[in-house]
Every structure is written in C-alpha cells, then in structure tokens.
Design a binder for this molecule. Structure first.
Ligand code: SF4
Length: 83
C-alpha cells in the first residue's frame, strides 16, 4: 500500500482528538490492585508507574500510545480509547 502524502500533510497541526487517535486509559475498577502490574516493565517508554499494589498511573508526557501495555493486563484494566 502506498504512503498517503495528502492525508499525512492534511493531518499536520491537528490535535490527537481531531485525528481520532487513541489514548491509554486506566480502568481502576477493573484492576484488583493486589499485585505488581506486569505492564510496567513491558512499557518501552517507562510511562507507567505504580505505588504499592495500586492501579498503575500513566505519565502522558512519556506515553507514545503504542498500546503494548494493554497486552500485558489480563483484566483489561489498560485500554486504548479515542480521546
Ligand atoms: S501505550 Fe505504550 S508508551 Fe504508553 S504506557 Fe502503554 S506501553 Fe507505554
């Protein structure tokens, strides 16, 4: 599939909301908060942290919205959602 230059340049300057991009959301009610979150060590950007066994917290300055961490949460407490 060819790269769509027209779509790429028309997207420049738009916010992630305007582009319909997804953002990582922590669903605290789905997290049992009784274990070390396995997604923390899976994040390539070091964007997740955890205090004790609480639900993980996202540093949105570091998060690239790659979605990798969502594959490590078996309760699906980490979800990518549209802004
Ligand atoms: S979406 Fe990617 S960068 Fe963001 S917290 Fe998850 S693994 Fe890290």
């Amino acid at each position: 599939m060819a790269f769509d230059f027209k779509q790429f340049f028309s997207s420049l300057g738009k916010t992630s909301e305007e582009l319909g991009e997804k953002t990582l959301v922590v669903k605290k009610n789905r997290c049992p908060q009784n274990h070390r979150c396995p997604a923390i060590s899976a994040c390539p950007s070091g964007a997740l942290s955890q205090r004790g066994n609480a639900a993980p917290v996202v540093n949105y300055k570091k998060c690239t919205s790659c979605g990798k961490c969502t594959r490590y949460c078996i309760t699906r407490a980490l979800k990518m959602e549209r802004a």
